[in-house]
Design a protein around this ligand. Structure first.
Ligand code: ADP
Length: 431
């Protein structure tokens, strides 16, 4: 309602000024000139308002100038908009401050870096955990400030799915860090740094405990097994079946202890030895052992097509491969076929064990490499399994930068494939 009234008032004042000018001009015989002077006065008043508005828009002055005529609603509308803007800006600032406070209070270090690893921003915990200095280190390259080779390599590979765990903090080796990288805007990445010292200590306690218990059990078990092996069951008459059961169980316990000790050794060694392991001769030995274990019950075939050897620990690779082959023999019924194949793969090379055995239901596959996980407890025990074989395979492969792929169809058979990256391969002798 205000706008038409102001416009009317403005029109009235224009008409009034023109009329008064005309009346004064009429007295002097120049009515037309008088009206023109009146209109000119009106125009200059409008111009003055326009200039005031322009000056006010350019200034930081918050109070809107008084308007005149049709200008008043314009000034009022502008004032309302400015107020709204001010409130919106305040809210935004509040949200920004709340976010900054939250980022500051986080116990995890946050560092925003670009594709060249240049630091854009970091929080307080990042200062504490990595020893960064504010503002001196803003715009510096993170890989120039944190120089641990494993960290620099991991950062350059941009492994977003793969956190880097158990790294020493640059300031204090005893503090163990976990790094995780997240891409959050094109060209920008967030590095999250977490202190995992307590977790690593607990993990060490667990590892030491398992290793110590296994060591402690080894000696008494060796003595018991020794006596049990020395006694002839025929001498025991009706106790012979009991005795044979004791002998079988003591052998099983010895195997479990040996496997636990192997796992402890694999977990505590940081990297396997860097020696090329001749794969084809190793597979020939494993093939012969498998035939001996099968005793002619299976058709076992070996094809060695790749002439590439694997850099790492031959002993550990032998242990991993033979675990897979022994499983194939154990879980394939009499008359089944087992194919052992070493050949080229898109990523490097692959060793596959393909059997026509009982197969594994899909829901078990993701858990097979967990310690003591068995699809069927009784079958595994009857066949002398420890439940640790695939856990050993997984550890050996990950120490060699390799991975295990499992495909299986219940009732038809399984394929266990070890895939080795090209970086681990060297030319070997002809198969
Ligand atoms: P185990 O000593 O019991 O064989 P592993 O860790 O070697 O322990 O294997 C875990 C489980 O995976 C086994 O108990 C078995 O149920 C299943 N498994 C392993 N290999 C095969 C295979 N080739 N065919 C069918 N099942 C298998």
């Amino acid at each position: 309602m205000k706008t038409p009234r102001a416009t009317e008032r403005s029109l009235l004042s224009m008409v009034g000024l023109a009329g008064s000018g005309a009346a004064i001009g009429f007295l002097f015989g120049y009515a037309g000139w008088g009206a023109a002077m009146g209109l000119l006065l009106f125009a200059s008043l409008q111009l003055r308002q326009l200039l005031r508005l322009q000056r006010w828009l350019g200034s930081r002055d918050m109070s809107v100038p008084e308007g005149f005529g049709a200008w008043q609603p314009v000034f009022d509308a502008l004032e309302r908009r400015r107020k709204l803007d001010r409130q919106r800006r305040k809210r935004l600032l509040h949200a920004l401050e709340a976010f900054r406070d939250a980022a500051r209070a986080l116990p995890d270090g946050l560092i925003a870096i670009d594709e060249d690893n240049q630091i854009h921003w970091f929080n307080k915990s990042a200062k504490r955990l990595l020893g960064l200095r504010y503002p001196a280190d803003v715009d510096q390259r993170l890989d120039h400030l944190v120089r641990a080779p494993a960290f620099v390599r991991w950062l350059s590979e941009g492994r977003f799915d793969d956190p880097l765990i158990d790294q020493p903090a640059p300031q204090d080796e005893r503090v163990r860090l976990l790094y995780r990288l997240i891409a959050y805007r094109p060209g920008l990445r967030m590095l999250i740094v977490r202190d995992v010292s307590n977790l690593m200590r607990l993990e060490q306690v667990r590892r030491d405990f398992v290793a110590n218990v296994s060591h402690e059990l080894r000696t008494p078990l060796t003595v018991i097994s020794g006596y049990l092996e020395a006694i002839e069951p025929e001498e025991l008459n009706e106790f012979a079946p009991l005795f044979l059961e004791m002998r079988q169980q003591s052998r099983r316990m010895s195997h479990i202890v040996e496997d636990l000790l192997t796992l402890s050794r694999l977990e505590s060694q940081s990297a396997p030895r860097d020696e090329p392991a001749a794969i084809c001769p190793m597979l020939e030995r494993i093939h012969r052992d498998a035939e001996a274990l099968s005793q002619g019950q299976h058709q076992i075939r070996l094809t060695c097509e790749a002439t590439l050897d694997i850099v790492g620990s031959g002993k550990d690779l032998h242990s991993a491969f033979s675990n897979l082959v022994v499983n194939a023999v154990r879980y394939t019924p009499t008359g089944g076929r087992i194919d052992l194949h070493y050949g080229l793969h898109a990523e490097g090379t692959a060793f596959s064990v393909i059997d026509t055995g009982q197969g594994i239901a899909a829901q078990h596959i993701p858990r097979l490499t967990e310690r003591f996980y068995r699809v069927s407890n009784s079958r595994s025990r009857d066949s002398g399994g420890t439940g640790l074989g695939l856990a050993i395979v997984k550890h050996v492969l990950s120490a060699h930068g390799a991975r295990l792929e499992i495909e299986s169809t219940l009732g038809k058979g399984s394929t266990f494939r070890c895939i080795f990256p090209a970086s681990r391969l060297v030319p070997g002798a002809m198969p």
